[in-house]
Design a protein. Structure first.
Length: 250
C-alpha cells in the first residue's frame, strides 16, 4: 500500500479478527466527512488566532503542537488500528490546528501576488479527490499489484527526498533550486502532487476491499483516517505549488 498507514500487516490483521459488526463503504464515507469537519474546526481556530492576535507569531505553538501531536497520534493509530475509533478524531483536530496556522501564514505572505491562495488550494484538493474517485469508480485505472508497486516505490522515493532535505537543512544546506520558483522545483512539486493524487486510488481500493471482506467495524475509522493522511498531504503540496507560482510573479 502506498499510504504508509495502509500496510499489508494491518490489512491482514483486521481480516483475522471476528466481529459482529463489519466495515462498510458508506460507514467509512460518513466517518471521513466527520473527520473533514473536525479538521476544519481545528483549522478555523488557529486561523482565527493568527488574524486576531496582536502578535501573529502566537499561533506558532499551536502549529507545531498540532503537527507533532498529529504525527505521534498517526504513528499510534498505524500500530494499533483498533484505536482509530478513538484517536482518528484527535488526529483530525491536531492536523487542523497545524493546517489552519500554516494556511494563514501562506495567505498573508501571498496576499498581493496570489490572493485567495488558500481557497484555491482547497478547491484544487477537492476537485482532485473527486476526479480520482471518478477514475477509480469507472475503472479507468486498474489498482492492481503492478500499480500498487509503482505508487509504493514513488512514495518511498518522495519520503527519502523529504528526509534528505530535512537532514541537509539541519546542517545549514539549503538547496534553493529545489524550493524556489524555477522549472525544476515546480516540476518536482507536480510529480509529488501526481503521486499523492494516485495514492487516493489506493485508499479507495483499501476501503472497498476491506469492506467486501468483512473487516471489523473500527476499520471504518481507520480507512477514514488513512484517507485524511493522503488528503492533507495533497493539500499541502498543492499549497506549496501555488506559492511557487506566486513567487515567480513577484
Amino acid at each position: 500500500m502506498a499510504n504508509p498507514v495502509l500496510s499489508e500487516k494491518v490489512f491482514n490483521k483486521a481480516h483475522s479478527e471476528e466481529s459482529t459488526e463489519v466495515m462498510t463503504v458508506k460507514g467509512t464515507a460518513f466517518k471521513s466527512i466527520v473527520l473533514i469537519f473536525m479538521v476544519l474546526a481545528g483549522a478555523a481556530y488557529t486561523w482565527k488566532v493568527f488574524y486576531e492576535a496582536i502578535n501573529p507569531a502566537s499561533v506558532t505553538p499551536w502549529m507545531w503542537g498540532g503537527a507533532i501531536g498529529g504525527f505521534i497520534v498517526a504513528i499510534i493509530i498505524s500500530f494499533k488500528p483498533n484505536l482509530a475509533q478513538y484517536l482518528a478524531p484527535v488526529y483530525a483536530v491536531l492536523e487542523g490546528l497545524f493546517l489552519g496556522a500554516i494556511s494563514a501564514m501562506f495567505n498573508q505572505a501571498f496576499a498581493e501576488s496570489a490572493p485567495g491562495i488558500v481557497m484555491n488550494a482547497t478547491l484544487l484538493t477537492i476537485l482532485t479527490a473527486f476526479a480520482m474517485l471518478i477514475v477509480y469508480r469507472t475503472g479507468l485505472i486498474k489498482v492492481n499489484d503492478k500499480f500498487i508497486r509503482i505508487i509504493t516505490t514513488a512514495v518511498g522515493a518522495i519520503a527519502l527526498y523529504y528526509f534528505v532535505n530535512i537532514i541537509l537543512s539541519m546542517f545549514g544546506v539549503n538547496l534553493v533550486m529545489l524550493h524556489n520558483s524555477g522549472p525544476l522545483s515546480i516540476g518536482i512539486s507536480l510529480v509529488i502532487i501526481g503521486v499523492a493524487a494516485f495514492s487516493l486510488l489506493l485508499d479507495f481500493n483499501f476501503i472497498e476491499k476491506a469492506s467486501q471482506q468483512g473487516a471489523p467495524k473500527y476499520m471504518e475509522w481507520y480507512g477514514a483516517f488513512a484517507l485524511m493522511v493522503t488528503l492533507i498531504w495533497l493539500y499541502l503540496e498543492i499549497l506549496k505549488l501555488l506559492a511557487k507560482f506566486a513567487g515567480g510573479r513577484e
